[in-house]
Ligand binder design. Structure first.
Ligand code: SF4
Length: 303
């Protein structure tokens, strides 16, 4: 059947060839590990069990995982193997199963979770770029405990230039509204680890302070109880001749400007990051070619 899973609507028969997201019908996983660098309520002390999916339905110029998002590099597996992988991650002692860049596989992820959700004793986190259809997200209702959506851009000009989609903001806010409908209240355990809810992420980009302010305006009008993770970790993954403003890191002044605005619009719940921490050292390795190598790496912490 031709794919219209996400708003790209490329209508590709993924049984026969790859869609615009660089993915065929079966899930492809590029890395599994205990990740220590998510927000404290997600990584905790034992790490978040990240499952990195290959491909992507956006084309962000500054993608920090382009090695897998642009190429589809990774290990292809059946839905049954993906379900077993989720069980193995849960058995490894991490705080949660963290599905990274899952949107181009949301249907097969739902199929896999339906098989094993009742056996999972930790939350399932859905870590998405938010370029998704609400009806696709509805398949995940009851299967995903925590949504971790990006809200990357406000301006259609900026989103067209930087990720190829002028409608990014309009699409993303509808998707985030559906996520909050499914998980309307954030619930944490005694150690502050999230069990259910939504944590919104915004990566502050160099020279985009006004755009970031518009994003925060929307959050403040939507739901002030929804935490916002204001990320400062941008670094230029390569030199971009067309968009020179992306060829530098964020300044402390830019980040502090956004942080001040966050409080000015009445937001109080969230996480901040040190702009000085931006480094490509945080980009993990994706050198796995077999299912066994992936599952073996579950025991390793990204530190
Ligand atoms: S998920 Fe991939 S194949 Fe399906 S519509 Fe989106 S880009 Fe096209």
């Amino acid at each position: 059947m031709n794919c219209t899973l996400c708003p790209v609507n490329c209508n590709t028969d993924r049984q026969l060839k790859k869609g615009a997201c660089k993915c065929g019908a079966l899930p492809v996983v590029a890395r599994v590990s205990a990740h220590m660098w998510e927000e404290p309520c997600i990584s905790g002390t034992k790490g978040s069990g990240t499952v990195f999916f290959s491909g992507c339905n956006l084309n962000c110029r500054f993608c920090q995982n382009s090695e897998i998002s642009r190429t589809g590099k990774g290990v292809e597996m059946s839905v049954g193997q993906l379900a077993d992988l989720f069980l193995a991650v849960a058995d490894s002692g991490v705080h949660n199963i963290n599905l990274v860049t899952p949107q181009q596989f949301s249907d097969v992820i739902a199929n896999a979770l339906e098989k094993v959700k009742h056996k999972l004793n930790i939350p399932v986190v859905y870590n998405t770029n938010s370029y998704e259809k609400p009806q696709s997200l509805q398949r995940l209702c009851g299967l995903v405990d925590v949504y971790l959506p990006d809200l990357k851009f406000y301006s259609p000009v900026i989103s067209k230039n930087y990720c190829g989609r002028a409608d990014y903001f309009e699409v993303a806010i509808k998707a985030i509204t559906e996520m909050r409908r499914q998980q309307p209240v954030n619930v944490y355990d005694d150690d502050g680890l999230i069990l259910r809810g939504v944590v919104l992420r915004h990566l502050v980009l160099p020279s985009c302070v006004e755009d970031s302010k518009c994003v925060l305006d929307w959050v403040a009008g939507f739901d002030k109880t929804m935490p916002v993770s204001l990320m400062a970790q941008y670094f230029p993954p390569h030199h971009d001749d067309k968009y020179n403003e992306l060829n530098r890191r964020l300044t402390v002044r830019e980040y502090n400007n956004i942080l001040e605005y966050f409080y000015n619009v009445g937001l109080t719940e969230g996480y901040e990051q040190d702009p000085e921490s931006a480094t490509e050292d945080y980009v993990p390795s994706f050198d796995f070619s077999t299912y066994e190598q992936l599952t073996e790496n579950i025991k390793n912490k990204d530190i």
